[in-house]
Write a protein that binds this ligand. Structure first.
Ligand code: NAD
Ligand code: DAU
Length: 342
């Protein structure tokens, strides 16, 4: 039996990962710790206690709260920690970086120290392609590149990666890092590109595209990311970084047009608006290392994944309607209300 701590398990990727593990690793017991920030939602894990009994439990708490984490690790002997808890939205990090440093850097240090003190088997840090910075029209990110983050969000993720590597080097800790490209799929909070456009289009609202819409992201279905995290947790070499990507580069404007087409909405809803400050131009992942060493490949094609994701948002209207009728309204007004049109 593996006792696994998943942090951030009520967020988008975390909740998909919790379900993936409970379904695919019958001998793993999952403790999900989540602070339930604006992005954490207990509806994302609804029904898991009943479905999986003692294999799943939840505790609300802050990964940067030393006392809480110490008590958690004293009560549980974890074989594995999968750290997904984070502030994850670039635009919010531009509004204010404080909470990003607290959760994404201090939180990681608190977890690493607890894992070290309590002899946790393995620590896996879920990181991002954004730590590599931005690409021009050609090339892709490989693990040997220097870190060159551009946003406050990605700077905190890069800082965490460096801390993890330092604990491996200095303390001989068994830790690994995954860096993944842009995820999409069910339960993604509608502040991110794909769900924001789906939800706005369904409500016949403007579709705010930053700048000229030519920025490129490499899209991966969340299920492929979750499978990759588990593969690295089980078989990744200690101290190593593994890139994961979807082999699906798309310009933002292509994505927004594809969503309009699928929902039967007119492209006249599209509005080109003032660009994100410091907007990274392009991300593309070279995932040949994990493919070669661990046999992982992305399996869900973008067209198929986008179809099933849109179907999920259509079938789960109440989930996102509840979100956008709450504090999200103030966020949306701050971020988009007076944003200059181009
Ligand atoms: P998310 O914002 O949907 O979820 C984050 C979760 O962390 C939420 O449930 C939130 O309540 C929780 N959380 C925040 N601060 C916390 C704290 N101090 N203590 C405990 N819990 C806290 O994010 P996501 O998109 O699911 O991303 C998960 C992880 O994956 C993050 O580390 C992110 O950097 C990384 N990542 C995301 C993507 C992507 O495309 N979304 C790609 C690569 C890597
Ligand atoms: O690359 C991995 C990263 O992907 C993760 O580490 C982050 O946690 C995640 O938020 C995501 O970051 P991005 O900034 O790439 O994702 P976002 O969905 O915010 O934006 C995707 C692209 O779409 C980006 O070029 C900005 C653009 N965009 C976004 C929004 C929200 C728009 O044009 N309009 C919008 O309203």
């Amino acid at each position: 039996m593996q006792r696994v701590l998943i942090t951030g398990g009520c967020g988008f990727i975390g909740s998909n990962l919790v379900r993936y593990i409970l379904r695919n690793r019958p001998d793993w017991h999952v403790v999900n710790v989540d602070l339930l920030t604006y992005a954490g939602n207990l509806e994302n894990t609804e029904g898991l206690e009943q479905a999986y009994g003692s294999r799943y439990s939840f505790a609300r708490g802050d990964i940067s709260d030393e006392r809480f984490i110490e008590e958690l690790f004293s009560r549980n002997k974890f074989d594995l920690v999968l750290n997904l808890a984070a502030e994850s939205h670039v635009d919010r990090s531009i509004e204010g970086a404080g909470v990003f440093v607290k959760t994404n850097v201090l939180g990681v240090q608190v977890l690493l120290d607890a894992a070290l003190r309590h002899g946790t088997g393995r620590f896996l840090q879920v990181s991002t392609d954004e730590v590599y910075g931005s690409l021009g029209a050609g090339g892709s990110f490989h693990e040997g590149l220097p870190l060159a983050p551009n946003s406050p969000y990605s700077a905190t993720k890069a800082a965490a990666d460096l801390l993890v590597k330092a604990y491996v080097h200095t303390h001989g800790m068994d830790a690994v890092i995954t860096r993944c490209s842009n995820n999409y799929g069910p339960y993604q909070f509608p502040e991110k590109l794909i769900p924001l456009m789906v939800v706005n289009a369904l409500n016949d609202k403007d579709l705010p595209v930053y700048g000229d819409g030519r920025n490129v992201r490499d899209w991966i279905h969340v299920e492929d990311h979750c499978r990759g995290i588990v593969v690295v947790a089980e078989r990744g070499r200690t101290g190593e970084v593994y890139n994961l990507g979807g082999d699906s580069e798309r310009e933002n404007i292509e994505i927004v047009r594809a969503i309009c087409r699928r929902l039967g909405k007119p492209e006249t809803l599209i509005r080109f608006v003032k660009d994100r400050p410091g907007h990274d131009f392009r991300y593309a992942m070279d995932h040949s290392k994990i493919s070669r060493e661990l046999g992982w490949e992305p399996e869900i094609g973008f067209e198929e994944g986008l179809d099933s994701t849109i179907a999920w948002y259509l079938e789960n209207r109440r989930w996102w309607e509840r979100i956008i009728s709450g504090d999200y309204r103030q966020y949306y007004e701050r971020m988009y209300g007076s944003r200059e049109r181009l």
